[in-house]
Design a protein around this ligand. Structure first.
Ligand code: ADP
Ligand code: MG
Length: 318
């Protein structure tokens, strides 16, 4: 199968065609018509075999996740997903793999309203880069900067599941069949919090998506505002699957330092707390307050009201 046949067969005229796509796959460029008074939000993420995913990861999960991690970046800025390009590098043309990969990709694309408008196809070690384009009302995007002293810190969903799922896949942890499928599912198919991000646009002062773990990602928000924070580890949202698979202490470490949750962390002034409750209820997302922004430049943790020293390596704030 030649390159153009492959594009025709698996990608061109597949999935959703948005009305604002004037010209999609097939020419030298795609032409899209952004809405008036909106900024384009653009981000790209690459997944490389053996580095970002294991060689036996199901192709449909890979297609889904390649888009989901990009959507998560749009979510954290409060942007609405619109268009994507896909740069795909493969060692050979494997039709079965491509069928499943494109199914997973288009499943996520249709759900979140994204059109595939172009890309590039090359031979080499398996890797894929999606560039996502979203739109956000001008001046309304959420950023990492903007948190204020006293703001409350919230996170969506539950934390640590994905990292434990990965450790189960690597044979480093064991879980019951039921928990295993949930945890691996969280690793393979993260839920980008797209609607929650949009709902937070006028209410949160800053936001970030959790790709590297709360301890590390929160630090980006704190650095942007030269502030510190106090996190109450008893408040961390932990799933039953996590709590019933590892010790409480390990669960906390997964939640603070495990990567790839793709939940949102955001800061909210006291005056907007009620509004946040309503907005996120409408977005259908669970969320919980885990701490507060404070003066100083340190990230600190407490448990049962006393200082808590995280057990994971690489944490040097104490
Ligand atoms: P060019 O030589 O101009 O880069 P290509 O032959 O690489 O063109 O691609 C032909 C068309 O197919 C272009 O519109 C390109 O955007 C699209 N395309 C190529 N690979 C992919 C892919 N993996 N997914 C989606 N579109 C693709
Ligand atoms: Mg090309």
């Amino acid at each position: 199968m030649k390159e153009f046949q492959l594009i025709e067969h698996f990608f061109r005229d597949h999935g959703l065609k948005r009305r604002d796509v004037e010209l999609g796959i097939g020419d030298d460029c795609a032409l899209v018509n952004p809405a008036e008074n909106k900024s384009l939000a653009i981000s790209c993420d690459t997944l490389v075999e053996n580095i970002h995913f294991l060689p036996d990861m199901p192709a449909s999960a890979l297609g889904y996740k390649a888009l989901a991690v990009n959507l998560s970046d749009l979510a954290s800025m409060g942007a609405e997903p619109a268009w994507m390009t896909l740069a795909l590098t493969m060692p050979r043309v494997d039709k079965q793999w491509l069928t499943e990969f494109s199914q997973g990709l288009f499943e996520a694309a249709e759900y979140y309203g994204v059109s595939l408008v172009g890309g590039d196809t090359t031979r080499g070690p398996l890797a894929m880069t999606i560039t996502i384009h979203g739109q956000v009302p001008q001046g309304k995007a959420l950023t990492r900067a903007g948190a204020n002293n006293g703001d409350w810190i919230y996170v969506t969903g539950t934390l640590g599941d994905s990292a434990l799922g990965l450790d189960i896949l690597l044979g480093k942890q064991q879980a019951s069949e039921k928990h295993k499928s949930y945890l691996i599912g969280r690793h393979y198919s993260p839920t980008p919090r797209v609607l929650a991000g949009q709902a937070l646009r006028t209410l949160a002062t800053s936001a970030i998506d959790l790709s590297d773990g709360l301890a590390s990602d929160l630090q980006h928000i704190l650095n942007a505002s030269s502030l510190g924070a106090l996190i109450d580890v008893d408040k961390l949202p932990l799933s039953n699957a996590l709590l019933e698979t590892v010790s409480k202490e390990q669960a906390i470490n997964y939640a603070l330092a495990g990567g790839e949750d793709y939940e949102l962390l955001f800061t909210v002034p006291e005056s907007q707390r009620g509004a946040i409750d309503t907005a996120l209820l409408h977005a259908g997302v669970k969320f919980v307050k885990v701490g507060q922004v404070c003066a100083g430049e340190k990230l600190k943790f407490i448990q049962n009201g006393v200082p808590f020293q995280p057990g994971f390596a690489g944490f040097e704030h104490f």
